[in-house]
Design a protein around this ligand. Structure first.
Ligand code: AMP
Length: 573
């Protein structure tokens, strides 16, 4: 059984292909969304998902979120006494999803299709594969997220030639991809995006508005706990404004209530600068694909922030058609990954489509460029594969040493769009030994091959000797060797993971602890006692009393959550 996995920045999902359709698989708490968060308990037990997210505030030095953006880098993250690479953190999320899938299907799951952002570089894709390997999963295929969204909508089954645009606005990033289907081949024609524009920016507009409109004193802005609380309220208000014409935001700070009401219309005006920024990547993707807005036959929405009507209106106005929004935008990528998994398993109800993608960056080498004046420009970036070229692709370029007598030809490989090599990202280096003879004898042919999984292979052939040199690309030495992966696999396997069947109780305690942090005085005492009581009941392992104790703790959490009590505020009377 092959599963489809959306390994997301904020949430991850797992789905499978069954009875001719994709199915999402719920986690131990019954939700299909598992927060991509990890926390290490006091005794070294790993918590994944909602329980870990609850601990981000109460145990910040043992908990982590948003590590996807560090994939492919060599930063390590400390949780308690251990440190983890981003691949290992992702591996723990993948392992939890694997366990959920195994529990749901009653069989071992060892193969997966995993989605990655279309703009993910070679190093980031490799890191994703390593994460899967560390979780005991073989990656059948990495699929680009926009391609997965299109597959979920069955766009690969359209008969004729068609073009789609995938508009993906998540919590922190915006991605646009243009896909084309032609004679059963689906191809990503262009990708563009903004890594610093997402749903959070829309929530921030509400925070700024409220600080002005409510008359909250400036001092409140320096109260970190309060500002976190306000941000959560602003996000909730934002979601309400997706369905209601207006909504009220009320908070309590240092003994006083502050309220203000925001209409959808006013909110839209606040967001106009953000809406203008959304247009730029859309226009760039269309230009790169050589298309006009009217040439796009369908616009597919992905990412939670596309639920906002103002986003849907923008798309409708720009493309002259309503977007496809039949599926839940948080789930569409995982559903598409499951469709791909079905194809990989050669399910008869699915016609296999050939999927092609583009290489998201230009790839090339550093060399000197001959200028028309006869002079040489040094340190130039010479692209071999251009950005947005359809993959798989293989391109060759000839190079010769600079001078006679050279002993070695150094090839430095870069990705990026800048004119000078040093302004791009170096992704590898290859040395070709020469005998120090005349310049012409050292001439080489450099072949770049970029495959559908986004992996780059560099092959250099010395023309005189026909000797071939292949490059194992080391992304700034961030790749792990097979031995290192094996060692880390063992270390991760030895980590204790909180048992799935006890996760509900553990998550509830984590949530209660987060609220406890915000309380003072008698309220704090009461919450501490409630948590203590619950832990005592758990210790006795009496199922009936556990159920009622759980209800009691849940009521207490709800009570304090509703009251909106936080440090600096007063307790409810
Ligand atoms: P994702 O990363 O795809 O899960 O998207 C998360 C973003 O979607 C967050 O910024 C949420 O605030 C936003 N979001 C979720 N639901 C809604 C909604 N109903 N209206 C507006 N934004 C939403």
């Amino acid at each position: 059984m092959i599963v489809g996995i959306d390994l997301g920045t904020t949430h991850s999902l797992v789905a499978c292909w069954k009875d001719g359709a994709p199915h999402l698989i719920p986690n131990a708490l019954g939700s299909v969304l598992t927060p991509s968060c990890i926390s290490l308990d006091q005794d070294g037990t790993v918590l994944v998902g909602r329980a870990a997210r609850e601990r981000l505030q109460s145990h910040p030095d043992r908990s982590i979120a948003v590590f996807k953006r560090h994939m492919g880098g060599n930063k390590e993250f400390r949780l308690g006494s251990r440190s983890f690479r981003p691949e290992e953190l992702s591996a723990l999320v993948l392992r939890a999803l694997k366990a959920d899938a195994e529990a749901a299907m009653g069989q071992a799951v060892t193969e997966a299709v995993i989605s990655v952002p279309a703009y993910f570089s070679d190093g980031q894709r490799k890191a994703t594969r390593t994460a899967a390997q560390l979780a005991g999963l073989h990656v059948e295929r990495l699929v680009n997220e926009p391609t997965a969204a299109a597959l979920a909508y069955g766009l690969h089954q359209r008969g004729s030639e068609s073009r789609f645009l995938v508009f993906d606005l998540g919590g922190g990033t915006f991605d646009v991809s243009i896909l084309e289907l032609f004679e059963g081949v689906m191809e990503v024609r262009a990708t563009a995006g903004d890594n610093f524009l997402g749903g959070e920016d829309f929530s921030n507009e509400i925070v700024h508005w409220f600080l002005q409109a409510s008359g909250l004193p400036d001092k409140a802005r320096r109260d970190g706990h309060f500002m976190q609380h306000l941000a959560a309220r602003a996000e909730a208000l934002k979601c309400t404004l997706s369905t209601e014409p207006q909504a009220e935001l009320a908070v309590h700070w240092q003994g006083r209530d502050y309220t203000a009401t925001l209409s959808e219309d006013h909110y839209r005006r606040l967001c106009e600068p953000l809406l203008a920024r959304l247009r730029l990547p859309l226009e760039r993707a269309l230009r790169d694909a050589g298309l006009r807005a009217g040439d796009v036959q369908e616009v597919v929405l992905a990412g939670g922030a596309t639920r906002a009507p103002m986003i849907r209106n923008l798309v409708t106005r720009m493309f002259g058609r309503f977007p496809s929004a039949h599926f839940n935008p948080d789930e569409v990528v995982a559903m598409g990954a499951a469709v791909m998994a079905g194809m990989k398993a050669r399910d008869e109800s699915l016609r296999e489509v050939v999927m092609t993608d583009v290489c998201p960056y230009s790839l090339g080498v550093e060399a000197n460029r001959d200028l028309p004046s006869g002079e040489k420009a040094h340190g130039q970036f010479i692209p071999i594969i251009e950005r947005n070229t359809v993959v798989p692709v293989s391109r060759v370029h000839g190079f010769a040493p600079e001078r006679d007598g050279q002993q070695v030809l150094e090839l430095r490989i870069f990705q990026g769009e800048s004119r000078l090599a040093r302004d791009n990202i170096e992704i590898g280096k290859l040395s070709v030994p020469l005998e120090g003879g005349p310049r012409g004898d050292g001439a080489v042919e450099v072949r770049f091959t970029y495959d559908v999984n986004g992996l780059l292979e560099v092959e250099v052939t010395r023309l005189k000797t026909q000797q071939v040199y292949r490059l194992v690309i080391r992304n700034n030495d961030t790749d792990l060797t097979e031995q290192q992966i094996e060692a880390r696999f063992q270390a991760l396997a030895e980590l204790k993971v909180h048992p799935r069947d006890k996760l509900e109780n553990r998550t509830l305690i984590a949530e209660a602890e987060r609220i406890h942090e915000f309380l003072r005085g008698a309220s704090r005492e009461r919450m501490a006692a409630e948590i203590g009581e619950f832990e005592a009941v758990l210790a006795h392992q009496h199922e009936r009393s556990i159920v009622s104790a759980r209800e009691r703790l849940r009521d207490a959490i709800e009570y304090f959550e509703r009251a909106g009590v936080f440090e600096g505020g007063t307790e409810p009377s």
